[in-house]
Design a protein. Structure first.
Lengths: 366, 680
């Protein structure tokens, strides 16, 4: 009955797509930082990727059921860490998001909380499975996600806060939220959101400015609209085939803001055009479909919930980041998974994939 | 929350009733994911396929900056090709408002680095408020290498600063010929808004603001070019594409003779007044000086407030070009015009007037400066006898005098190619009715007869009128740039911009011409007892007329605005030779006391001119007894022709004339001859 996990069952196809995207990421980071002081970041990204691969394999060795078991403790520790970061974290650009661990290592709890929330939500809805969701159940789910969201929001880090939301939505969707309940929740959210927007006190001036700039990038081309405007120019001027590696005038001329992290997709679009950009989106589609397929074949509910949580986070980040680059979404500072430079983002993605692999390898357990 | 651990064997927990998620929900999730990606692809399509061309243009506009390459202004030369006004390379600091991120923070640093005050920058910014955002604003001109280094070193912190190489005007020092040359400066808002000639200029453009610089700005300014450079987002130049070369402005040769100009400037040093010297054959202005003067170099860079205040507070108005803008009573110099009127009317020839320190006219006694005894037209001019001209004026009447004066260019602009010329005043019955709504009283004509009263004129008007009379009645349009240096359309535009009495011929019989010019020659002749005897020059046929104009009399006081200065203005108009002169010079020395002192000044200028011509030709002739052989209006007016001929039979070769002085080196410095020993 019990079978040892075997690497024959490891999802090599998924890993292939992931590594292909990672390769594009390294190349684009190299191109985007060529003439800047960030030159050489692609090598750091390679180190992050290798570390991520090792963590992914390690993660796949631990039975995910153990992870689900320890989820409540991990959740508790996460809350403590988020409070700690507010109290003792390093202040960077007006926000406390990092805990300095010494030796140049910075720890950003909010990234890891994503993983913990995926596990916690999976566990929560798994235990509710089979019965109809009552309003107290829904309220508890909101509280489960809402508390860390509130703690991250006051750091302040709106981008990361928003990435917790899809975990909740996916949990509610798969956990059996009924249409009537959905409608009521949406109605309440719209009303609360409307009041908050009206009062204008919930958003920092720079956040309001970002949203205004999104609504009309040309109002203030040198201010908040600058990033969106430069991004649109970069993407648009790429045309069908792009300007070629290292040839993007927006990227190389430093017009495009942070072209190796949040706006890396714009840089990629400029240099590789519509064809390259659609290729990247196609890779994302393949990865996501493969993930959902793994969810379908998962041996039990927690596994399926976890994978769908990962899917939700990745889809949300793609939609918000690429949407921002294309002018369809406001600027939020959410990195693009697997493409943006950054250790936390890479490690989160590979740890999440490690759990997915873990679930896949144990799909024939029952 | 239920924390019950999961079963080690992998069997499901007791609460689990379902083992699988609903396949329908997962399929729906797949569709949602696919839909999101399709939306993103559509977004890509919108930008990269549909909008590609537009965004490509924007991307190019981002990285390519047009850097203006300013055209150097045309240089100015004197008639012999000697450089008067040159350019020198200079660097100006501009502010690119598109690059500004936080001006409030940057301003103190900019101000410190460029050694200007924050207020100054703010004032400049305010001035350019309405200019388009992309237009660079010049915040400091002529910056030092230190300031240039500051800008280079702070490219990243202050990307809004940009430097531009320019050619800047270099004018002669000490205000030499400043009124004639003028100066350049930024085009003013007023000019941009109110003057159609400046409609195609932009704020910050440098234009001629006065003198030749203003009149011929269209020729001198050239056409700016541009350079397309590739820049990064900090404005740092990382490459270049192409360029349009600047077309330098046209060099202009002025009719000014540097040597004569120097003599005029030197003669006026320390005085208030003006000198204008002109070639009556052509109207070419040989020298034009005005005092007090100003330093145009101060205007071409940043005019300091202290210097501006100094100019504004000077009661003698340094910016005023007195040669064309001082309208004052001409005094006795007007008697030449009176003589023309009297002789042409057939009255003066037969007049014999007893002068006994004056005479009574219309019940009032009018004084003369001395007892001249019996005076006729031949002695009235050299003596400058007021009694004779009182009598002549009373016999001619104001309207006849006004008719002749007007035909000789009084109360009209001469049409000289310099901005802001004034017309002066010539009283008449119609004039008085029109301006003062009063009847003309016959007695008022008496003071007009000696160039006093309501009559006013500029030095240039006097020079042109007297030069025209000495040329037998041919009056030229005075000008300061050779017309053949200027394209026909520009010349036309200049003539239309500066209308005046222009070119004309007035009737003057040869006999009358001879009487007047001979009498004027006697004015500088000690043997004849002329008023300008102290200005006599041996060997030069120098004729002229002094004027000592009361500034206290009548409304001239109010007109001059210098009530506290009661010393008369000293005038002189002279020419050499006496008939068909090659040079006519008008001198105004405000509060110079006596016309004869101005005659000395005029003599210095004429002497310099004549000496130079003689040296140049190695062919020096003394004045012969002139005969009115040449008919009026038939004088050669070719500017290229050497202008020292005394009236001779047309066609007589110059070399055939006797030379009575040794040849002198052509380039020897022309020092103005000092005044001849005064004997009064």
């Amino acid at each position: 009955m019990f079978r040892f996990s075997r690497y024959r069952d490891f999802d090599w196809v998924l890993l292939g797509f992931v590594l292909l995207l990672s390769l594009l990421s390294v190349l684009e980071i190299k191109s985007a930082t060529l003439h800047t002081k960030f030159h050489g970041f692609e090598q750091k990204q390679i180190i992050f990727l290798l570390t991520g691969l090792v963590l992914m394999f390690l993660m796949s060795l631990i039975d995910y059921h153990r992870l689900v078991d320890i989820a409540p403790y991990a959740y508790g520790i996460s809350i403590v860490a988020l409070i700690a970061v507010k109290l003792v974290g390093s202040k960077v650009l007006g926000a406390r998001r990092w805990i300095n661990l010494g030796g140049g290592v910075h720890f950003q709890p909010s990234e890891w909380v994503k993983l913990v929330l995926i596990l916690a939500i999976a566990r929560y809805f798994w235990r509710l499975a089979g019965k109809e969701l009552t309003w107290p159940d829904i309220g508890k789910a909101f509280a489960l996600v809402g508390v860390p969201m509130a703690l991250v929001l006051i750091q302040p880090d709106l981008g990361t806060t928003l990435t917790y939301l899809p975990i909740l939505i996916m949990g509610l969707f798969l956990g059996g939220l009924r249409i009537k309940q959905t409608a009521i929740i949406l109605l309440v959210l719209v009303m609360v959101g409307g009041i908050a927007w009206k009062s204008g006190k919930r958003l920092k001036p720079y956040q309001q400015a970002r949203i205004n700039a999104f609504l009309d990038p040309d109002t203030d081309p040198k201010g908040s609209g600058y990033q969106i405007r430069q991004s649109l120019i970069a993407v648009g001027s790429g045309g069908i085939w792009g300007k070629g590696t290292n040839q993007g005038t927006q990227t190389q001329g430093d017009f495009l803001p942070i072209p190796y992290t949040d706006f890396i997709f714009a840089a990629f679009c400029e240099e590789h055009g519509f064809v390259g950009a659609v290729g990247v989106l196609l890779l994302y589609l393949l990865i996501l479909m493969r993930l959902i397929q793994n969810a379908q074949t998962a041996s039990d509910l927690p596994g399926a919930f976890i994978i769908m949580g990962v899917v939700a986070v990745i889809v949300f980040q793609i939609a918000v980041n690429v949407g921002m680059v294309l002018g369809l979404m406001p600027v939020t500072g959410i990195p693009l998974p697997l493409l943006s430079y950054g250790g936390s983002s890479v490690l989160f993605t590979f740890l999440a994939l490690g759990i997915v692999m873990n679930i896949r390898m144990r799909r024939f357990v029952n | 929350m239920d924390l019950a651990p999961n079963n080690e064997s992998g069997s499901t927990g007791p609460l689990n009733r379902e083992e699988k998620l609903s396949p329908a929900k997962l399929t729906l999730a797949q569709y949602i994911v696919a839909l999101i990606l399709v939306v993103l692809v559509a977004g890509l399509w919108r930008l990269q396929i549909v909008g590609a061309d537009g965004y490509r243009v924007l991307a190019e506009a981002n990285r390519i900056r047009k850097v203006p390459v300013l055209a150097p202004r045309g240089r100015l030369f004197d008639r012999d090709g000697r450089l008067l006004v040159d350019n020198y390379p200079s660097v100006t600091c501009y502010l690119l408002r598109e690059q500004i991120k936080d001006l409030g923070t940057d301003l103190p640093y900019i101000a410190q680095g460029l050694h200007i005050s924050v207020d100054q920058i703010n004032a400049t910014l305010k001035r350019f408020q309405t200019a388009p955002k992309y237009q660079p604003i010049p915040i400091k001109q002529d910056i030092t290498p230190d300031e240039q280094a500051f800008i280079e070193a702070h490219r990243n912190e202050l990307p809004e600063l940009e430097t531009l190489d320019e050619q800047r005007r270099l004018y002669p020092r000490d205000g030499f010929a400043a009124h004639m040359i003028g100066y350049v400066g930024e085009v003013s808002e007023q000019m941009l808004n109110n003057d159609s000639r400046y409609s195609f200029y932009q704020p910050g453009d440098v234009v001629g603001r006065s003198g030749v610089e203003q009149t011929y700005d269209a020729l001198l300014r050239g056409t700016d070019g541009s350079r397309d450079v590739i820049v990064n987002s900090h404005g740092k130049e990382v490459g270049h594409l192409g360029q349009t070369l600047a077309i330098p402005g046209q060099d202009l040769r002025l009719t000014i003779d540097l040597d004569v100009q120097m003599a005029a400037e030197k003669a006026l040093e320390g005085k208030t007044g003006a000198i204008v010297a002109m070639d009556p054959h052509t109207g070419e202005i040989l020298a034009l000086a005005s005092r007090p003067t100003f330093d145009p170099n101060q205007f071409s860079v940043r005019l300091t407030r202290s210097y501006w205040n100094e100019i504004l507070s000077n009661p003698d108005h340094p910016l005023l070009n007195k040669a064309i803008q001082a309208q004052l009573a001409p005094g006795s110099t007007f008697k030449i015009i009176m003589s023309v009127a009297g002789l042409q009317e057939g009255i003066a020839q037969t007049m014999h007037v007893p002068c006994n320190h004056g005479g009574t006219f219309y019940g009032h006694y009018f004084a003369c400066d001395r007892n001249h005894g019996m005076v006729d037209i031949n002695s009235a001019i050299p003596y400058s006898c007021d009694t004779f001209y009182y009598t002549l004026a009373s016999r001619l009447g104001i309207d006849t005098i006004a008719r002749y004066a007007t035909s000789l260019g009084f109360s009209q602009k001469t049409g000289v190619d310099l901005p802001d010329e004034v017309a002066g005043t010539m009283p008449s019955t119609a004039w008085k009715l029109k301006t003062q709504h009063e009847k003309w009283y016959a007695g008022e004509v008496i003071s007009v007869g000696i160039g006093q009263g309501a009559i006013t004129a500029t030095p240039l008007q006097l020079a042109r009128a007297v030069g025209g009379i000495a040329s037998g009645g041919v009056l030229r349009r005075p000008h300061i740039v050779f017309p053949n240096e200027v394209p026909a359309d520009v010349l036309q535009a200049v003539h239309e911009s500066f209308p005046g009495s222009g070119e004309k011929t007035i009737p003057l019989s040869p006999e009358n011409w001879q009487i007047i010019t001979d009498a004027m020659a006697n004015a500088t002749n000690p043997a004849a007892g002329g008023t300008a005897s102290i200005a006599h020059m041996e060997g030069i046929d120098f004729a002229g007329k002094t004027g000592t104009a009361q500034v206290m009399s009548h409304d001239a006081l109010a007109r001059s605005g210098k009530g506290h200065k009661t010393v008369p203005n000293a005038w002189f108009v002279g020419m050499a030779p006496r008939r068909n002169p090659d040079i006519v010079v008008a001198v105004l020395w405000e509060n110079g006391d006596w016309g004869k002192y101005s005659a000395l000044i005029g003599a210095q200028v004429v002497d310099t001119f004549v000496e130079k011509q003689r040296k140049r030709q190695n062919n020096i002739r003394i004045a012969e007894a002139p005969k009115p052989t040449a008919l009026p209006g038939t004088q050669p007016s070719d500017p290229a022709q050497a202008p020292t001929q005394t009236p001779t039979q047309p066609g007589t070769p110059i070399s055939a004339l006797p030379a009575n002085q040794p040849a002198m080196p052509r380039r020897s410095p022309a020092t103005p001859a000092g005044p001849r020993p005064a004997s009064d």
